[in-house]
Design a protein around this ligand. Structure first.
Ligand code: FES
Length: 142
């Protein structure tokens, strides 16, 4: 399996690892098949701009690299711009992932959306185009 230099870099030196205390939105998602879990914290200003993003990932190297890159990409973005960041955007920013690791990048997109969903719930707002996150299951059933 070949990883790009960028993937290796973000895996070895992940950006934005940690938690944000009193975060505006927190999203936790899991992949039922591999059991990996990812949590994203977002700090969103009153102007709707994402000021800070952090993550914790209990998962594989590709999951670490994609959450690192995804949190880098959303910083300074508006909510609508952040919604446009898909797993494909993250993968492209990392110069690609091996096919068997593509689902790991989906986790990053889902965690991001889940954090935005949490933010919308807390503030009783509707974010156009955002759908509720899937529940985290640990029993292997989707
Ligand atoms: Fe589970 Fe990568 S193997 S997220």
């Amino acid at each position: 399996m070949e990883y790009s230099e960028k993937v290796m870099d973000h895996f070895m030196n992940p950006r934005n690892v940690g938690e944000i205390e009193g975060a505006s939105g927190i999203g936790t998602v899991g992949n039922a098949k591999c059991g990996d879990i990812m949590r994203v914290f977002l700090q969103i200003g009153e102007d709707g701009v994402i000021q800070d993003a952090k993550f914790k990932t209990f998962g594989c190297g590709a999951a670490v690299a994609t959450s690192s890159m995804a949190t880098e990409l959303v910083k300074g973005k508006s909510i609508q711009e952040a919604l446009e960041i898909t797993n494909k955007t993250v993968m492209e920013a990392l110069d690609g992932l091996p096919p068997v690791k593509i689902h790991c990048s989906c986790l990053a997109e889902e965690a991001l959306h889940a954090a935005l969903w949490d933010y919308a719930q807390k503030n009783s707002i509707t974010i156009e185009g955002l759908t509720p996150p899937k529940e985290v299951h640990h029993d292997g059933n989707e």
